[in-house]
Design a protein around this ligand. Structure first.
Ligand code: NAD
Ligand code: GLY
Length: 357
C-alpha cells in the first residue's frame, strides 16, 4: 500500500493506493471522525461488483450506510439526477455532517462530488474510485461537475474530498476499453511530469496489462502524485493545471468528430501523439522521444493514428471549439519526456499536417 498527501492547507487530504483497500474503508472513516451515518452513491454494476465489500467494512466499523444507486452512463451527470439525489438525501434526513462516499468511476465521482459540494452548502466527500482513470485523475483535485445543455462539466465547483481510497484490486473487473482509457491518462501523466514513470511503463507494460498488483500500484501512485503536485500549485485552474490536458485538445476533436464512437483513451492517445509531433516540428521535442512515445502508446494497445479521411472532420470539430481562436490554439507541448510547456505557437494547419502524416 502506498500513500500520498494533497497539500492544500485546511483542505489537505490523503490518497491511499493499494489492493483490498475497500475492506478498510470503515477504519479510515473512523480515523477521520466521519459518520456514524454515511451515504454511498454508486451505480448498479459497481455496487454488484464491489458494494458488498464496502458495506461490510462500514458495518464492521460501526457505521450505518445507505446506498443510493444512479443508472449507468455519462448522461447521469445532470442537474436532474443531482436533484433526485438531493430529494433522497432530504428524505433520509442527511445532515451537514453526513459523508457522501462516491463509489465508481469518474461519472459517479463528479456527480456525487457535485452533490456533496452543494447539498446543505457542502457535506464531507470521500472518493472511492473504481476505474483506472478515476484513480489516476478524476478522484484527485476537487473538480466536481454535472453537464448542462450541450456543454460538459459546465456546472460545477472546486470541492476537495476528505479522503481518496484507490482500491487497485477493484480494477480487475474493469472492461478492457476502460482500462485502456486509464492507461492513456497514465502515459499522459508520465509525459507531463515523470520521465521515470515513462521508463517504468516501457519496462513493465506486460505486468501492468496483466494487472499484477505491485506494478499497478506503482503506476497509480506515481500518476496520482503528479496530479496532486499540479493541483497543489494551481487548485483553481488559473493556468498551470492546463498541463493535465496534454493530448486532450486534439483528442476532444477526435471524440467529437467520431460522434463519441472512439473512446476517450484512444482519442487522447492520438491527441498526445499529434501534440508531440507538433512539438517536434517546432523544434522543441526530439524525434527519438517522439518514437518512444509512439512505441509505448502502440504497446499499450492504443491507436497511434486516425484514418486520413477523418482528419477534415476532426479539424472541423476543433474549429468549433471555443478555445481555438484565429486558427491558433493553446496546446500542451512536450519538450522532453517528463517536461511540457503550454504554448499558443501552433497553428491549426500544423495539427492538420501531423494528423495527415
Ligand atoms: P465511468 O465513470 O463512466 O466508468 C466507466 C465504466 O466502467 C462505467 O460503465 C462504470 O459503470 C464501469 N465501472 C466502474 N468501475 C468498474 C469496475 N471496477 N469494474 C467494472 N466496471 C466498472 O468512466 P471514467 O472513465 O471512470 O470517468 C469518465 C468521467 O470522468 C467523465 O465524465 C469525465 O468528464 C470525468 N473526468 C473528471 C475529471 C475531474 O478532474 N473531475 C478528470 C477526468 C475525467
Ligand atoms: N482533469 C483535468 C483537471 O483535473 O484539471
Amino acid at each position: 500500500m502506498k500513500k500520498l498527501s494533497v497539500n492544500l492547507g485546511s483542505r489537505s487530504y490523503e490518497v491511499a493506493i493499494g489492493s483490498g483497500l475497500l475492506a478498510q474503508a470503515g477504519r479510515y472513516l473512523n480515523g477521520l471522525g466521519l459518520g456514524p451515518q454515511v451515504v454511498i452513491i454508486t451505480n448498479p454494476e459497481v455496487r454488484r461488483l464491489h458494494g458488498q465489500k464496502l458495506e461490510e467494512s462500514l458495518a464492521t466499523a460501526g457505521l450505518s450506510a445507505i446506498t443510493l444507486e444512479v443508472a449507468e452512463g455519462e448522461e447521469q451527470k445532470s442537474l436532474e439526477t443531482a436533484g433526485w439525489l438531493y430529494n433522497e438525501l432530504s428524505r433520509l434526513s442527511a445532515e451537514r455532517s453526513t459523508p457522501i462516499l462516491a463509489l465508481g468511476g469518474g461519472v459517479i465521482g463528479d456527480l456525487a462530488g457535485f452533490v456533496a459540494a452543494t447539498y446543505m452548502r457542502g457535506v464531507p466527500l470521500v472518493q472511492l474510485p473504481t476505474t483506472l482513470l478515476a484513480q489516476v485523475d478524476s478522484s484527485i483535485g476537487g473538480k466536481v461537475a454535472v453537464n448542462h445543455g450541450q456543454l460538459k462539466n459546465n456546472i460545477g465547483a472546486f470541492y476537495q474530498p476528505r479522503l481518496v481510497l484507490s482500491n487497485t484490486s477493484a480494477l480487475k473487473t474493469l472492461p478492457a476499453r476502460e482500462f485502456a482509457n486509464g492507461l492513456a491518462e497514465v502515459i499522459k501523466s508520465a509525459v507531463i511530469g515523470d520521465g521515470n514513470l515513462f521508463a517504468f511503463l516501457e519496462a513493465n507494460l506486460d505486468s501492468i496489462k496483466g494487472q499484477e498488483g505491485e506494478a499497478l500500484e506503482e503506476i497509480v501512485f506515481r500518476s496520482a502524485r503528479i496530479k496532486a503536485a499540479v493541483v497543489e500549485k494551481d487548485e483553481t485552474d488559473q493556468g498551470l493545471r492546463n498541463v493535465l490536458n496534454f493530448g486532450h485538445t486534439v483528442g476532444h476533436g477526435i471524440e467529437t468528430a467520431s460522434g463519441f464512437m472512439i473512446g476517450h483513451g484512444a482519442a487522447v492517445a492520438i491527441g498526445m501523439l499529434a501534440a508531440a509531433a507538433v512539438s517536434q516540428r517546432l523544434g522543441l521535442f526530439g524525434e527519438d522521444e517522439l518514437a518512444r512515445l509512439k512505441a509505448l502508446i502502440h504497446a499499450a494497445g492504443l491507436p497511434t493514428e486516425v484514418s486520413g479521411g477523418k482528419v477534415k472532420d476532426i479539424l472541423a470539430a476543433m474549429r468549433h471549439d471555443k478555445k481555438i481562436q484565429g486558427g491558433r490554439m493553446r496546446l500542451v507541448l512536450p519538450r522532453a519526456i517528463g517536461d511540457v510547456i503550454i504554448s499558443d505557437e501552433a497553428e491549426l494547419s500544423l495539427v492538420e499536417e501531423v494528423l495527415t502524416g
